[in-house]
Design a protein around this ligand. Structure first.
Ligand SMILES: Nc1ncnc2c1ncn2[C@@H]1O[C@H](COP(=O)(O)OP(=O)(O)OP(=O)(O)O)[C@@H](O)[C@H]1O
Length: 329
């Protein structure tokens, strides 16, 4: 079932063109020049209930602008935007009941009151019943170690705890859709893993629809099934991570430890199509090859003609490699 529909969505910002220095700033005051910049440029996609989608792009690609339009903070310049049948910027009161939002760089908690009191305020704002409120807290408590910090004010807790508290705050009213803008930014490995596990749990147990922006690519593999890649406001790729790997990740790496070095082996390997010897140190050889042109089996056969193999490992292309290739296309 479709929950988010974006069609030919565009958001333009008017940006000042200033010459450098104080002189330029003064000149701009009297004869200001402006240019229209399409931060989001005619994009279209749909997202179904329960999908977890990574919305990726370089700095300035247009991710936050899209999220701000989806959450109703920004009005689109043109195009259509419907979430659960609602136009976010037009029906904001009704819409906020449907969604949860976490901006990694900003908190929705009250800084000077205990986290628990912030939760209670949100309970009143959203009109959440006692039963639902208590159930949510007990559901999330263990996974997010809530008891460690729930009675402390937000300004006294760590960044990781703050992110956990913000996640809970965004979920108390049981939203069907969760927007996460860099939910693991600045966190240590342990906190990142806890947050990733928790988001996956929401997807699996509550069937929450998730749209996530991140620069930490490990978030994607652990949480998302699909990725949308944007660049300069336009969509470069929209599809599953699996398909992206099949389509873009042709190069695999093979690390082999052999019994003895044999010049004939290197000559044999160099004759294999698409194979490059990346490094060779004593009895360790690393090579890359195009998996559509040659199989790892064929390469291994070449090795065992000349020597014994002690150890072998195959490195799959990382999401980073894939994104780099997508930008080049
Ligand atoms: N309020 C604004 N006024 C003018 N230009 C803006 C405004 N907000 C964003 N932009 C411009 O729109 C473009 C897209 O910005 P956006 O913040 O959406 O990028 P992003 O993909 O979220 O980047 P990042 O990863 O750095 O957060 C940038 O060129 C930015 O300068």
């Amino acid at each position: 079932m479709e929950v988010i529909r974006v069609k030919n969505l565009t958001r333009t910002f008017r940006q000042a063109i200033k010459e450098p220095g104080i002189k330029g700033a003064i000149k701009h005051l009297f004869q200001g020049k402006y240019v229209d910049k399409n931060a989001v440029n005619n994009i279209s996609f749909t997202i179904n209930k329960g999908e977890a989608v990574a919305y990726l792009g370089k700095n300035g690609a247009g991710k936050s602008t899209t999220i701000k339009m989806l959450t109703g903070i920004l009005r689109p310049t043109s195009g259509e935007l419907l979430v659960n049948g609602i136009q976010p910027h037009k029906n904001r009161l009704q819409y906020t009941k449907e969604i949860g939002v976490v901006f990694g760089q900003r908190s929705q908690l009250w800084m000077d009151i205990p986290i628990y009191e912030s939760f209670k305020l949100l309970k009143d704002i959203y009109g959440i019943s006692n039963t639902v409120f208590q159930k949510k807290l007990s559901d999330f408590s263990e996974m997010l170690d809530l008891n460690d910090f729930i009675h402390l004010p937000a300004r006294k807790i760590s960044l990781g705890q703050r992110m956990k508290a913000d996640l809970v705050a965004s979920l108390l009213h049981n939203p069907k859709i969760l927007y996460l803008d860099e939910p693991t930014i600045g966190l240590d490995i342990e906190s990142k893993n806890k947050i990733r596990k928790f988001i996956s749990y929401l997807k699996d147990s509550y069937n929450t629809t998730i749209l996530l922006t991140t620069h930490d690519l490990a978030d994607i593999e652990q949480i998302c099934d699909r990725l949308i890649l944007i660049d300069e406001g336009r969509i470069l790729y929209d599809g599953t991570i699996k398909l992206a790997k099949e389509k873009y990740a042709n190069l695999k790496k093979l690390h082999v430890t052999i019994e003895k070095d044999d010049p004939k082996l290197l000559i044999g390997l160099s004759k294999i199509n698409s194979l490059t010897i990346e490094s060779k140190m004593k009895n360790k050889i690393s090579i890359t090859f195009n998996q559509h042109e040659v199989t790892s089996g064929e390469i291994i056969t070449q090795f065992i003609k000349y020597t014994q193999i002690y150890d072998i490992s195959i490195e799959e292309p990382s999401i980073e490699n894939i994104l780099e290739l997508m930008y080049l296309q």
